[in-house]
Design a protein around this ligand. Structure first.
Ligand code: CA
Length: 544
């Protein structure tokens, strides 16, 4: 080969390399600007969790019912979004499609897979730094659980005038049985006997009796079973119904459970569902359980929706900032190291896109109001693509919209009684390719959270000198580092916020739900409509 030809070839290779590098730094994957900053994920219990309804998530074997192998096949999708925790809704054998009525606490629902599949899932989560927690339903069992079947068979076998006893049948004391019909519609007859049992939710879910020490020993063994399988902890279902109406007794049950779990597994994480107002659910933190879901901010009437969709001072951006401080203080009154568990919606609530009237900018901004909160944030599967779902419960648990092609690999059929759901936004497959999609916005929001450990762990304070009602201005302090977050919740207006009084700050990252970019000049931050910026000491922030 002639020298000039070789030179030409070398130049060509060099040129191609430059083109490919520029490409990889921009559209083709590798991020620039604030997105290029390193993540600083800490291996503790302040995480970003993804809630999965296995039934509707991803099918691996073609029966159109989601399963554990399907979840395994999507772990890279979940990890790539930045999630480092997964909450699996119940996976144990049950009578219903939702599986909150457990028939066997130490097995895997057959349509979801095998215990081997579960062990593989745990190992695959470990590889990716994902903590896996499972739903633990202690308030009630299925009426088909052998304990309940045994207790009922026993009661039906009693002779005339014979009194039941736990000595004769230990399961008799596992549930709440009474003789004679109570004046309440949550009690159901045992066969044709004079005995009735309590079922707060329905007849198929008999409530257990936590007065029974033998029952508590059973639950301790169940907790051990799953911890030894390698789970990272539990999501505790319906804790306010252990003793309906008695917060004090519920806290006692949770204190027992927490003491038991933490003695053997100090790193375990538990989050309880106490579906109550703030002043009540805050009291549950006295049990020592790490987290309780933050119902104050969630759902169609919570702080996030009010901030986005209602007007007036009480629904302003400043009211949002005040609520952050109010919740933080309320839960810390009961435990100094309480970890808030904010979420926007879960499997019992209509999906968020509907609250936002399918306005993509609002869906994104609401997500930012959730994901940048302190504590352990939970995101329900499908929220990251703005899925549709409201009305009956089945509709809220619709198939994950992986692809517009319902026959595509992994697609599930959803609960049998679900009404057809028509998604307003594109499928995950399509949104993953679009930089301005809801999916990409979620990914950015979680990235920002993972880059700045103060976002999850910081103590929140309001910046009271920022007077604009459309601006939420807060600081978060953790490990003697303070960062500042400014949220512009105006639908139309660009806003300027002077921050000179907080020292030399730089932009660490930002989210713009309505396009554009956040800029800073001479200590004044300019925020487009629907945007959030994270500021930190200039030395630590990326210079823009
Ligand atoms: Ca399947």
């Amino acid at each position: 080969m002639k020298r000039r030809e070789r030179q030409f070839q070398r130049a060509l290779v060099l040129m191609l390399t430059v083109v490919l590098t520029v490409c990889s730094l921009t559209a083709c994957g590798k991020e620039t600007g604030w997105r290029a900053r390193e993540v600083a994920v800490i291996d503790d219990n302040y995480r970003t969790w993804y809630e999965i309804f296995v039934y509707s998530f991803c099918d691996s074997d073609g029966d159109q019912v989601g399963d554990l192998q399907g979840v395994i096949s999507k772990l890279d999708y979940i990890a790539d979004m930045g999630f480092n925790g997964i909450w699996l809704m119940p996976i144990m054998p049950a009578a219903s499609y939702h599986k909150y009525d457990v028939k066997d606490y130490q097995a895997i629902e057959a349509e979801y897979g095998t215990m081997g599949d579960f062990e593989q899932l745990v190992a695959e989560c470990d590889k990716r730094g994902i903590k896996l927690i499972i739903d633990l339903v202690l308030n009630h069992t299925s009426s088909e659980h052998p304990w309940f079947v045994g207790a009922c068979d026993y009661l039906e076998s009693l002779g005339e005038g014979e009194e039941p006893s736990a000595e004769a049948c230990p399961y008799y004391e596992y549930y709440n049985f009474v003789k004679g019909k109570p004046n309440s519609d949550t009690w159901y007859q045992v066969g044709t006997t004079d005995y009735y049992y309590e079922g707060m939710f329905w007849s198929g879910m008999p409530d257990v009796n936590f007065e029974s020490e033998a029952l508590r020993r059973e639950f301790e063994a169940i907790v051990d079973f799953w911890m030894e399988k390698g789970v990272g902890g539990f999501r505790l279902d319906a804790v306010k119904e252990f003793y309906s109406g008695s917060t004090g007794k519920n806290v006692e049950v949770l204190t027992w459970l927490n003491d038991y779990v933490k003695a053997a597994y100090p790193d375990a994480y538990m989050v309880g569902e106490a579906w109550e107002g703030l002043n009540t659910y805050a009291q549950y933190y006295a049990s020592g359980i790490d987290s309780f879901f933050n119902f104050e901010f969630a759902g169609p009437t919570g702080v996030i929706t009010k901030t986005m969709m209602f007007s007036g001072e009480t629904n302003s951006a400043q009211a949002y900032a005040k609520a952050l401080v109010r919740v933080q203080n309320a839960i810390r009154d009961y435990r100094a190291d309480a970890i808030d568990a904010p979420f926007f919606v879960n499997h019992d609530m209509a999906r968020a896109a509907g609250y936002m009237q399918y306005d993509q900018r609002k869906v994104k901004m609401a997500a930012a109001l959730n994901i940048l909160m302190s504590g352990s944030v939970f995101v329900y599967y499908g929220e990251e693509i703005g899925m549709t779902g409201s009305g009956k419960d089945e509709n809220k648990r619709a198939p994950m919209y992986w692809s517009a092609d319902a026959q595509a690999e992994g697609m599930t059929r959803g609960p049998l009684d679900m009404e057809p759901q028509e998604n307003q936004f594109a499928s995950a497959e399509e949104q993953m390719k679009a930089a301005d999609s809801i999916y990409s916005f979620y990914k950015d929001a979680i990235l920002l959270r993972n880059q700045n450990p103060e976002i999850a762990r910081g103590t929140v304070a309001r910046l009271e000198d920022v007077a604009d009602l459309d601006i939420a201005a807060i600081s978060k302090t953790y490990n003697e580092e303070t960062i500042y977050l400014l949220y512009n919740i105006s639908e139309t207006e660009e806003k300027q916020v002077a921050m000179q009084q907080y020292g030399a700050l730089g932009i660490a990252g930002y989210l713009c739900a309505d396009g554009g970019e956040v800029t800073m000049k001479d200590g004044v931050v300019t925020l487009p409509s629907y945007s959030v910026v994270v500021l930190r000491g200039e030395a630590a922030a990326d210079r823009q």
